[in-house]
Design a binder for this molecule. Structure first.
Ligand code: BES
Ligand code: ZN
Ligand code: ZN
Length: 475
């Protein structure tokens, strides 16, 4: 999508708050369009642009409302096969750069389609190729380019989640990350079986034992010369390319969604891509442990005790609690970077979906003096980015639910507080400031709405970008 300033195109968007005056040519619609949130109307005025698209923002619009309505507009444009879209600069009580960024981001995300496997094209895909700003202040093109990049990096993460699990082994996922690194000027290093054995990643190797494919451990790095931080921010993403549950097999209903169990990996790969494309002056490393989780003749079994990368022992009581096994190894590996902060993203627990549904991810952090401020920073970045998160408590008592009779800890804590006990398990492998983001609910959408499209959502990419942007400004 190219961005410029100019005159109205044949598909012209007008964003309007409730009660705002209708534009010239749209007065006839006064009875039908009041600017109510989520409303839209396509008009064919006698003079002026061929199509005038009115988009309601409600009484007190925020950036999220703008993104959503831009998403709706993108699909209206696709329906009319419009490839050039112009936007009338809206007069809103928001910072100019925020308005430009939100509309561009919403247009890219709402217009997202995943057509890789279609051999018959019912409606030819109309992708918005050009965005033209009309009556916009200086700096609009630059700000909307940022929104476009965030939208594109999020779309890349969506593609990774939507790809058929038959086409995406751990090695394929690592190669997709490598291609992004090569294209956008950051580093990638992919380890396969040999290095993973050498490094003693017992959790990742245990989960991989039921698989026909080797595991991978991918390290991505963006280290600009002008980095403001001396210790890196390390991102960790759960890269289970398919989760059958292993021998503790999942029920067949809904199992297809487990192709999205690499949503955490997609978030950190898309996240570091966004950081690199925005050239943010922050040193960031991303780690992606990856394998599928399957029953197999050598698969790990309930009752087994696994020695992890950290040296800690884990009694496996459910092979379906595999995410924490591979993440634990990546978290203890991360110590060697002496990180300023580690943030992991994982589709970790069904309990997270029950707690918060698709609207927000759950965050947990280790209990230290900085916990409260850190939590607040992430919640705030989530709110502004659109990738919303909400905290859960990490009281010491929850760790008791993981006590094992035979090993240092067991890999499941029972049904009660399932999201928190998973967080407590991971905390055991950290000794640095750390935030865990359980994205099981928001990483996969069951319906297209606003700028979210059915399937992978790319949740986490914009949160990462916003947090790193805040770090660059030392917020
Ligand atoms: N990948 C699943 C969690 C999940 C469930 C993600 C639904 C997205 C949607 C994870 O590996 C898992 O199976 N977790 C178990 C843990 C349990 C055995 C302690 C769960 O949540 O049931
Ligand atoms: Zn599982
Ligand atoms: Zn899983």
């Amino acid at each position: 999508m190219t961005t410029s300033t100019g005159l109205p195109a044949s598909f012209h968007l007008v964003f309007l708050s409730e009660g705002a005056d209708l534009p010239v040519g749209a007065e006839v619609a006064a009875d039908d369009f009041t600017g109510k949130a989520e409303s839209s109307l396509v008009l064919y005025p006698a003079d002026g642009p061929k199509r005038l698209v009115l988009l309601g923002l409600g009484a007190s619009p925020d950036v999220e409302t703008l993104r959503k309505q831009a998403g709706v507009a993108a699909r209206l444009a696709a329906g009319k096969k419009a490839t050039t879209v112009s936007v009338q600069w809206p007069d809103l009580d928001l910072a100019d750069a925020e308005v430009a960024e939100a509309i561009a981001e919403g247009l890219v995300l709402g217009g997202y389609r995943f057509d890789r496997y279609r051999t018959t094209q019912e409606e030819p895909p109309a992708i918005i190729e050009a965005l033209v700003w009309v009556g916009a202040p200086d700096g609009t093109v630059e700000a909307s380019e940022q929104g476009r990049i965030l939208g594109e990096a999020t779309s890349f993460a969506r593609d990774l989640v939507n790809t058929s699990p038959g086409d995406q082994s751990a090695t394929d996922l690592a190669m997709a990350a490598k291609r992004s690194a090569d294209a956008h000027g950051y580093e990638a290093q992919v380890w396969s079986m040999g290095e993973i054995i050498q490094e003693g990643m017992g959790g990742l190797l245990a989960v991989n034992r039921g698989s026909e494919e080797p595991p991978t451990f991918t390290r991505l790095e963006w280290k600009p010369a002008d980095a403001v931080n001396e210790q890196p921010i390390v991102l960790v993403g759960k890269g289970i390319v398919f989760d059958t549950g292993g021998l503790s097999l999942k029920p067949s209903s809904g199992m297809e969604k487990m192709k999205g169990d690499m949503g955490g990996a997609a978030a950190v790969i898309g996240g570091i891509e966004a950081v690199a494309r925005l050239k943010l002056p922050v040193w960031v490393i991303a780690l992606v442990p990856s394998t599928d989780n399957r029953p197999g003749k050598n698969a790990y079994v309930p009752g087994e005790v696994i020695t992890m990368h950290s040296g800690a022992t884990v009694e496996v009581l459910n092979t379906d609690a595999e995410g924490r096994m591979i993440l634990a190894d990546a978290l203890s590996f991360a110590k060697r970077f002496e990180p300023e902060l580690v943030i992991d993203f994982a589709t970790l627990t069904g309990a997270q979906v029950i707690a918060l549904g698709p609207l927000a991810a759950a965050i947990m952090t280790n209990e230290d003096d900085g916990a409260e401020a850190r939590t607040q920073r992430v919640v705030d970045a989530g709110q502004r980015s659109g990738d919303r998160v909400w905290p859960l408590p990490m009281f010491a008592g929850y760790k008791k639910l993981l006590e094992s009779d035979v090993a240092d800890l067991k890999n499941v804590g029972g049904r009660a507080a399932g999201t928190i006990t998973a967080g407590k398990f991971l905390e055991h492998f950290t000794d640095y400031p750390w935030v865990h983001v359980d994205i099981a609910g928001p990483s996969f959408a069951n319906a297209t709405e606003g700028y979210a499209t059915k399937g992978g959502t790319g949740f986490g990419v914009r949160l990462i970008a916003r947090m790193i942007q805040d770090r660059a400004l030392k917020k």
